[in-house]
Each structure stands twice: as C-alpha cells, then as structure tokens.
Design a binder for this molecule. Structure first.
Ligand SMILES: [Ca+2]
Length: 456
C-alpha cells in the first residue's frame, strides 16, 4: 500500500533538508470572514474583540480570498492530504454512524510525508476525520500519520458538552473531563510544543479548536473582553439569532484569549523562534448566526459565505509582515507550504497534487496573481466511492469571476465577485450551459472556470 511504500524514502528527504521551521496550524471551527473586524473594519454588527488574531495579522499576511470547503471533515481531509474531495472522496462532514467513510491509511497526509524526518508532529483538538473506515480508536495516528494526538471523539467529530467530555490520548479515552474544552485544547498544544522544544525537536502542531462552532455556549467570563449577558442554558436553548450570535461572538473571544495565552507561553519559553503560524477557519459561519451573507448562503454551501474564511500566515519567517494578499489560496495549500518550510522538496507522484506552496507568498517573492489562476472547491454527499450522490455542487473562481455548478442538475450560476462580492444579486447567467449574453471577457472566464470543474 502507498503508506508502507512511502516510508522507504525518508533518508532522501533528510538529505535534502537544509533548514527546518516549526509550524503551528490553528484551525477555527465554523468561522467566516464576516466574524472579524480585520475583514470587516466598517461592520455595524457587534464583532468579537480579537486582539490576538489581529496581532497575528499585524505580524503576518492576511489573505482576502482564501477558500476552504463548506464542512468540517472535507476541509480537514483537504488540509491533511493537499488533495481536493474528488480525490479523497470526502466531500462533506463525516457523520457519527458505524463504519462511516473516513480518512484512511491509503491517503498520504502531511504528517505521513514528514514522518521520517526529525520533525515531531502533534495533532490537538477536534479530529472529525472518522475512524479509518470503522472502529479504529487510534485513527489520528494510524490514518492521519501524527506522532501524537490529544483530542476529542473523532467518530462523533466533536465533544457535545464543553465541560463534560472525553479526552482521547493516542487511542485511549479519558472520560469526565470538566475543564473548558477550548482551554484544555490550548493547554494541550502548549504542553506538547514545550516538550518538543525542550527535547530540541523541530515540530509541527495542528491545533483544531472546537470553537466558535454551532454548539452555542457561554464560555468562562474570565476569557471574555465583552461581558456576555446570557447563561450557558440560554446560549444553548435560545431560538433567537441575536442571542446565539452574542454567544458565538463570545466563543470567538474565548478562543482568541486562549490563542494569546498559548503564544505568550511559547514566546516566554523561546519556542516561537523560527515558527510559522497559520490561522484559518474550517468553513463559513452557521446560518443561525449569520448577519452578513444572504440567508442560507453560509456554512454547508459553496457560496462565499460557506467557503471564504479568515486565513492568516504569521510568525518570524514572514517577510514584510503586516501585508494583505489577494492570492487565491486554498486549504489544500497548507500541505506543500509545511513541507517547503522544512527545506524538503516534494517530488513524490500522487501526493498532495492539488497543493501549491505558499512560501513564495510568505517570502514576498511573487505577485498575488502568480500563486494560482483559478481556485476550486467541491461539496458532495455522501462521502465515499461508488455511491450515488444526493448533493454535488462545485465552485471555481478567478480573481474576478466565480462559477457555481450543481453537478446533479447541470445548473450553473456565474457571478462577478468584484461587482457582487456577497452573491446577493442575480447571477450574470444561470441554467444549464449558463445561457445569457456575456461579454467576450466574461465568456472567456466562464469557459476557463467551467474547464476546472470536476463533477466526479
Ligand atoms: Ca466546522
């Protein structure tokens, strides 16, 4: 199998290694660009205070046009493998059913790829990539390739209570955890990284917070900048969108505080020297707390409200920090960026085919337009091979135009994102083959985008 063959090559990689860079990937759960003042400086909606995320931006690059997938699992699969869903067959969330199609051992992940270098790899937090096809309690290590895993139940995908949850450490459950989940996830990352630093191991830490997320709750008051006037029960049970949004904003503030605690502790330990920090959301904002996008064009869809998330690359390796970038970056790009940051060439066939190294953007040696001409994303249900799809929609965009196709009905919607960044007005054309009167430039863009769609 691919994975067992793969381990034959490590000495080649080590030979090529010239310099290594620690990498901290922080993945937020259910968080679109509508949630941060960084992306919405003139918002009239109350937004959470996120001094620590803003500091990452001040010391890094803020990407304006980053895409992920509309759901937790499909984004994670793309992030870990550098491959789009039509290759991994994970196009949506993995549900908590027996033998659910999962990230499996045949997929080469970035942790696999780096497994035989001297880079230590640790995954912390929400896994949500299944149980290697069923029942494997050690899936983050077995299928994910990580050296260590500290997190929550990957069959379910998430903890269902922030103060009563089971922690899994390398395949072993530790039930009845009562520490606030987000604080524990931050502490686990801190401990793991400090240990690697003490052992003088270069490290890659993937920290997947279960926050802000659509399990609305009232975080501990001590983590908030803005007092939350609602109890945990009210956050949980209210049917008011405004109440839910206040609780959701509070969850972002709590996560931001814990990101600050984590980075301060690492800085104090000298563990952040030569460290790349990547922060992004895993999918857009949930409909119930959406105040920005057109209704129902949010999490779970391939509209911008589902795909477009905060994406920041920060840390000491960033040249000319404090920049913004319009480059069409994608969650799949993290794979080759992490590998590239180690000074390791990526030349293996059938690995991370969709990933494009972002280090030239980090080094500020290319123009934004030179990273990728067309960004692409797919969403389908259910996951897996040889199953009839009940949902299959894809999207592709260039610097200006975007094409959405329903692959089941062959229905297209073609937008000008410069003129209509929220896709709130009727598309330039819609229907099978997108009949309508397009300008020659629009037609050329439509044809190019259409050629990128896979629908398979
Ligand atoms: Ca999510």
């Amino acid at each position: 199998m691919l994975k067992s063959l793969f381990v034959l090559f490590p000495l080649v990689f080590v030979t090529f290694a010239t310099a290594q860079t620690n990498v901290l990937v922080i993945l937020a759960d259910d968080m679109g660009i509508d949630t941060l003042d960084l992306y919405q400086p003139s918002s009239t909606d109350p937004l959470p205070v996120t001094d620590n995320i803003n500091a990452l931006a001040a010391n890094g690059i803020t990407f304006n046009n980053a895409w992920v997938t509309p759901w937790c699992s499909s984004t994670r699969a793309a992030l870990h493998t550098g491959r789009h869903g039509w290759r991994t067959k994970i196009g949506t969330r993995i549900k908590n059913v027996p033998n659910a199609y999962s990230l499996n051992q045949q997929q080469v992940t970035m942790a696999d790829y780096l497994a035989n270098t001297n880079l230590a790899t640790g995954a912390i937090g929400k896994w949500h990539l299944g149980t290697n096809g069923g029942g494997n309690d050690d899936a983050p290590r077995v299928a994910g390739g990580w050296d260590d895993f500290y997190g929550t139940n990957w069959a379910l995908g998430s903890a269902d209570d922030y103060w009563n949850w089971t922690k899994w450490i390398n395949g072993v459950p530790y039930p009845n955890q009562t520490n606030y989940l987000v604080s524990e996830q931050s502490a686990d990352a801190e401990n793991w990284i400090i240990n690697q630093h003490a052992a003088q191991n270069p490290w890659l830490c993937y920290l997947a917070f279960q926050a802000p997320y659509d399990l609305y709750h009232a975080p501990p008051a001590g983590l908030l900048n803005t007092p939350l006037p609602y109890s945990n029960d009210v956050c949980k049970n209210s049917t008011s969108g405004a109440v839910k949004r206040a609780c959701y904003n509070a969850a972002i503030e709590a996560m931001d505080t814990e990101i600050g605690n984590l980075l301060n502790a690492l800085q104090a330990a000298g563990a952040l020297d030569n460290t790349l920090i990547i922060f992004l959301g895993d999918n857009g904002t949930p409909n119930q707390v959406n105040t920005y996008w057109p209704p129902n064009q949010v999490k779970g869809t391939v509209f911008e409200g589902g795909l477009r998330v905060p994406f920041i690359i920060s840390g000491t390796p960033v040249v000319d920090p404090g920049r913004t970038s319009d480059a069409l970056v994608n969650t799949v790009d993290i794979f080759k960026t992490v590998v590239s940051a180690q000074g390791i060439p990526l030349f293996t066939a059938n690995v991370a085919e969709d990933s494009i190294d972002m280090m030239p953007l980090v080094n500020n040696t290319i123009a934004d337009t030179d990273h990728r001409d067309i960004n692409y994303m797919t969403h389908f249900e259910p996951n897996g091979y040889f199953v009839a799809r009940t949902i299959h929609e894809e999207a592709a965009r260039d610097m200006q135009y975007k094409l959405i196709r329903n692959c089941l009905t062959d229905f297209d919607m073609f937008y000008d994102l410069d003129a209509d960044p929220k896709e709130e007005f009727p598309p330039l054309c819609s229907g099978s083959g997108c009949p309508g009167s397009l300008t020659p430039a629009q037609q050329q863009a439509y044809d190019a985008l259409s050629a990128e769609l896979q629908c398979k």
